[in-house]
Design a protein around this ligand. Structure first.
Ligand SMILES: *Cc1c(COP(=O)(O)O)cnc(C)c1O
Length: 802
């Protein structure tokens, strides 16, 4: 398949498969033709990968979220087709960059957790691992965010409107998923009893497969996304009798399951539909794995553990523990003990959060109605588990209660994390501190029971998308010094440190950054109207808006700077452009107010001619994977300022570091490991430590802190005077209250002074271009361990045994 056939194939798809004559401005059809042409090439490798793998051990990575972003450019890079594609597009008088824009981001995730799943798929394929991703093909992904009058407005993400050229449906592999109904106890002739789940309302799960190409290695893995459909199109009798709406009601109900992604990051709201999604995904994926196993090995579960593994991405799919038990016992008549052996030796669970509000619990009442057979099994797992607890802590009723899978109370709940831990052979956190806090705090009793289950796997990001593809100028520069191998093996990037002090290399490094800043400035101006000066420092915080991530602390620093500028106190200020972006969960009122505050502060500052030589502020709307590809290559300063102990890992921090940003951050999540890797001289540290937080909270008096801090007093004065909401009285009162509240969980006032001081160190260093550039190079050079390849090798060796 050479350049010539590529160009012929593209023309054929454009003119015949799609029936188009001319290139339109949107490039939609050209994009589609290009995608199909590339897909054809993937399909050949895909088939080969599949057949080569028959009989090998496989791992299913089950995740409610996959935040894939765009597929075209990734495929071009991984198939090494860049030159071919560019040459071919010349015939259409188009640049690849224009055509790429026609692709809609695949936004089937909220934030870090979903993006991690996407990076992991890329690494698994690049390492030629037999791992299949299972997720949901949401009709509507993460909402599109617009900013109107400073407020977030959400719009549905109809990403399938123009079709999805990458997916291939496999209706012949559809499976049925049961809901509702009742459980009957059947007594056999020999007196043995078993349970049958009857009168269920079944839903069809139909797979859609997406190819996941490895990096230039001929491997194509699969992401299988499930769509829910009615088992029968509609009730023909009712339809014939004229009851049209009733006839399609069931169809609608079934299709509702995979209609929308829940837009809540790290908080759950106990909605029934969400539980249906979780069970739907778990059941369909397990059935699929079992069907494949049977195709190869026949109905034989003696070797199931040897050939299969499951990784649960957070507790969302943890119902899989009970579902696997159900399938093995009810469908294949395997005894409890054998089924439990199989389940507890194949399931592995990744925990993603310590925030109590994010620990999933479902009302028992909901289970009784929706999944009665599954509740049965959970009760039985619990009864057997509590016997073990009793052996370990005889007579300790409190331990029974705190460890139970069922939280008692007026409204009893099922604790999904407990189910996941009890049913898994591996439980991992996602950064060293996070895992340590899991063992010492949240799950300490489980750790006492089963220390061998617990392990750490620090997150990572793929160097393909996160550096090679998104930062062409830097990639080229790096390759010119150390060769191209780093793209497939990021540990090579350490060689860059030799050149950190090299003056010519520094100059080239600065030029690359400038190129990227020009592109970002363009993007910011187009989407916000704010003009960024590329000679100023680019200070960036993009991530979901959450109180624990403390965008509020960031904007308080901005207000502090603005206050100094107003007072003419500008001597030690280095001019900077501050960029903030991220989506708030639609029901998260405080997060939405923080967005409004950022926008109002930005408007005030950007309109003040006194400020513009020193400070410009923009809120970038609709932060997503593609936006990050423009943002992180251009960033000078990466803001990773969560309250210590709250950010499980972070992965945004790694993307910025890889692209040469310096980090200002707290000792939280993977920041700690980033600082260890690059050295404390190359990281701006501030703030309370995780182990101090409890003590600080016990006697927290933010009003005293404010009174004793001249800078924070001035900031609060400006904020409380209504300077940023002259015509919108009181809208920021609740924000002001939380800062002054002794129960403020996030310790914003506590960390303000050290943050402000660290920012002055940033200002000082940025004035010294040589030293800044040297540290920037050292950051990229130290980013090797944050490649998701490195992370996945550890999963492979220590959990999956692939
Ligand atoms: C990397 C990434 C995240 C995660 O960012 P954190 O700073 O780790 O919270 C969220 N959303 C998108 C689009 C990303 O690319």
């Amino acid at each position: 398949m050479n350049d010539h056939t590529f160009s012929e194939d593209l023309a054929r798809h454009f003119h015949f498969s799609l029936g188009r004559d001319t290139v339109q401005e949107s490039h939609l059809y050209l994009y589609n033709a290009l995608a199909i042409t590339i897909r054809d090439r993937l399909v050949a490798q895909w088939r080969k990968t599949r057949t080569d793998r028959v009989g090998q051990r496989r791992v299913a990575y089950i995740s409610l979220e996959f935040l894939m972003g765009r597929a075209l450019n990734n495929a071009i890079l991984n198939l090494n087709l860049d030159d071919t594609v560019r040459k071919t597009l010349n015939d259409y008088c188009c640049e690849l960059e224009e055509v790429e824009q026609a692709e809609h981001d695949l936004g089937l995730g909220n934030g870090g957790l979903g993006r991690l799943a996407a990076c992991f798929l890329d690494s698994c394929a690049s390492l030629a691992l037999s791992v299949i991703g299972y997720g949901i093909r949401y009709e509507y992904g993460m909402f599109n965010q617009q900013i109107k009058n400073g407020n977030q407005v959400e719009h549905p993400d109809n990403w399938l409107r123009h079709g999805n050229p990458w997916e291939i449906p496999a209706p012949e592999k559809a499976v049925r998923v049961k809901f509702f109904g009742n459980v009957d106890v059947i007594t056999q002739k020999d007196g043995k009893q078993y349970r049958q789940w009857n009168n269920t309302h079944d839903v069809l799960a139909v797979p859609y497969d997406m190819p996941i190409p490895g990096y230039q290695n001929g491997i194509v893995n699969t992401l299988r996304l499930w769509k829910s459909e009615a088992t029968d199109e509609f009730d023909l009798d009712e339809f014939n009798a004229g009851s049209y709406t009733e006839a399609v009601a069931r169809k609608n109900l079934a299709e509702q399951i995979t209609m929308v992604l829940y837009p809540n990051d790290t908080s759950e709201n106990g909605k029934e539909l969400r539980l249906r999604q979780q069970y739907f995904l778990s059941s369909a994926s397990l059935q699929d794995v079992i069907n494949t196993h049977i195709e190869i090995h026949g109905i034989n579960f003696d070797n199931f553990v040897e050939f299969n593994g499951f990784q649960l991405n957070d507790t969302h799919p943890s119902i899989a523990v009970a579902e696997l038990m159900r399938i093995l016992m009810d469908d294949y008549e395997i005894s409890w003990d054998n089924a439990w052996q199989i389940t507890s030796q194949t399931m592995a669970y990744t925990n993603h959060t310590l925030l109590p509000e994010a620990l999933e619990k479902w009302p028992v009442r909901l289970f009784e109605n929706l999944l009665p057979r599954i509740l049965d099994i959970i009760y039985e797992i619990n009864a057997r588990f509590l016997l073990q607890v009793a052996v370990c802590w005889p007579g300790d009723n409190e331990k029974q209660q705190t460890l139970s899978l069922i939280e008692e109370g007026p409204e009893p709940h099922v604790r999904m994390a407990h189910l996941a831990i009890v049913g898994s052979y591996s439980v991992n956190g996602v950064a060293a501190l996070h895992t340590q806090l899991l063992k010492a705090g949240l799950f300490s009793d489980f750790y006492k029971l089963w220390p061998e289950k617990f392990n750490n796997k620090t997150n990572g990001v793929t160097p393909r998308r996160r550096l090679s593809h998104c930062n062409k100028s830097l990639s080229t520069l790096i390759s010119s010094k150390i060769g191209k191998e780093w793209v497939g093996d990021l540990s090579q990037i350490a060689k860059l440190s030799e050149y950190a002090a090299d003056k010519t290399f520094q100059k080239e490094w600065q030029e690359s950054k400038l190129t990227n800043k020009i592109a970002l400035a363009d993007f910011v101006e187009q989407s916000t109207g704010v003009v960024f000066d590329v000679n100023m420092m680019f200070d960036v915080q993009v991530k979901r808006i959450h109180e624990y991530k403390r965008q509020l602390l960031n904007i308080l620093h901005v207000i502090g700077l603005y206050d100094r500028i107003r007072k003419g106190d500008t001597d030690d200020i280095t001019p900077r452009c501050v960029l903030i972006g991220g989506k708030a969960a639609p029901g998260y009122a405080m997060a939405k107010q923080i967005i409004k505050l950022i926008n109002n502060v930005a408007d005030t500052i950007n309109l003040d001619p006194k400020a513009s030589p020193y400070l410009r502020v923009a809120f970038i709307p609709n932060y997503n994977v593609s936006a990050m590809e423009i943002i992180c290559p251009a960033t000078d300063l990466s803001e990773q300022i969560s309250t210590a102990g709250k950010e499980a890992s972070g992965t945004g921090n790694m993307k910025f570091m890889m692209n040469g940003a310096l980090t200002i951050g707290t000792l939280d999540g993977a920041n700690i490991e980033i600082r260890d890797a690059v050295g404390e001289d190359n990281f701006f540290l501030f703030g309370a430590h995780a182990d101090e937080v409890a003590t600080i909270k016990a006697n927290y008096q933010p009003n005293n802190i404010i009174a004793n801090s001249p800078t924070l007093s001035a900031v609060m004065q400006l904020l409380e005077s209504g300077h940023f909401n002259l015509f919108e009285p009181k809208i920021f009162d609740s924000i002001i209250q939380t800062i002054r509240d002794p129960h403020d969980m996030w310790l914003t006032a506590y960390d303000f002074d050290t943050y402000f001081e660290a920012q002055r160190n940033v200002d000082q260093l940025y004035k010294n271009k040589t030293l800044w550039t040297q540290k920037s190079i050292l950051n990229t050079a130290a980013s090797g361990v944050f490649s998701s390849d490195h992370t996945i090798r550890q999963y492979r060796d220590e959990i999956w045994k692939l």
